[in-house]
Design a binder for this molecule. Structure first.
Ligand code: PAF
Length: 280
């Protein structure tokens, strides 16, 4: 596996692969890799000749300085996992390489989907995500990019950006990878204390319970959302939101919508967890 930190060697590699007619899959990450990331890599290896994984903790998508400061960095372990997984190139740029002028003068905004749910709770988050993913696409020029459904709103936002900006990247999605107790794998899980870790599966459990009751609440989904919030609070969480939305665009679900997704964000101590569940 080649590790590349600068743009020019990355482009050189890219030219070489293009010359050989090889397709490239990009798996963008912020490091601290777990089995969920490795599943994305494996999918990339099935679909393309070459897999590039980027590790870049993107300051522009953090709405809180303490969250950015607490983000776990495990470069050696990450490198070993990627090499073992058969990745061709690890692209790990410095912040100054991605933001040469120090900030976001030119930015990618995705109104609508970028302003609701996570976008409303974390102002600026999705502008940071869309901008950095656009930059990574420009740098790596992948034929396809692979994202997890754990960040379902992020996935839809990136699809919207790719469609709106006519980008030549196919976006692939993979289901959330979970621990055996149902907790969605996330780098943030490492920050949970013992007590919070024991409570954390309650988030997925609540989503599953709510999903089972959707048909009984078809005419009054807000009441079910409220019940879910209450359930999370009883399980030791501070809920941010639980929303039942239309899967294709995250608009509020109407009584006769079939393809739904339940999305939730909740705090356990100072760790904010998100999860979602497809229904229908
Ligand atoms: O999902 C993530 O890890 C990040 O939001 C991403 C897509 C790598 C952009 O920084």
């Amino acid at each position: 596996m080649k590790t590349v930190n600068e743009i020019e060697p990355l482009r050189q590699l890219r030219r070489q692969w293009r010359g050989a007619g090889e397709l490239v899959a990009l798996v963008p990450t912020m490091g601290n890799l777990h089995a969920g990331h490795l599943a994305l890599v494996e999918r990339g290896r099935e679909l393309a000749h070459r897999v590039v994984v980027s590790i870049f903790v993107n300051p522009a998508q953090f709405d809180r300085a303490d969250d950015l400061a607490a983000y776990p960095h495990t470069p050696e372990a990450d490198r070993a996992k990627l090499a073992a997984a058969g990745v061709d190139c690890l692209f790990a740029p410095e912040t100054a390489t991605i933001y040469p002028d120090g900030g976001l003068a030119t930015r990618v905004e995705v109104p609508g989907i970028g302003e609701i749910l996570e976008g409303a709770s974390r102002p600026g988050h999705f502008t940071g995500v869309a901008t950095v993913v656009c930059k990574l696409f420009n740098l790596v020029e992948p034929e396809l990019a692979i994202f997890g459904e754990k960040d379902f709103q992020q996935l839809l936002l990136i699809r919207r950006m790719v469609a709106d900006l006519n980008m030549a990247v196919k976006v692939e999605a993979l289901p959330t990878v979970r621990e055996s107790d149902g907790l969605a794998m996330s780098s943030r899980n490492n920050r949970l204390g013992k007590k919070e870790r024991a409570l954390a599966p309650g988030l997925n459990l609540t989503l599953r319970e709510i999903a089972a009751q959707i048909n009984d609440y078809r005419g009054n989904l807000p009441a079910l959302q409220e019940l879910a919030g209450q359930q999370l609070a009883d399980r030791g969480f501070q809920p941010d939101y639980v929303e039942i939305r239309r899967r294709q665009d995250l608009a509020p679900a109407a009584a006769d919508d079939e393809q739904l997704v339940i999305l939730a964000a909740a705090w356990l101590g100072d760790v904010r967890l998100i999860d979602n569940l497809m229904v229908g």
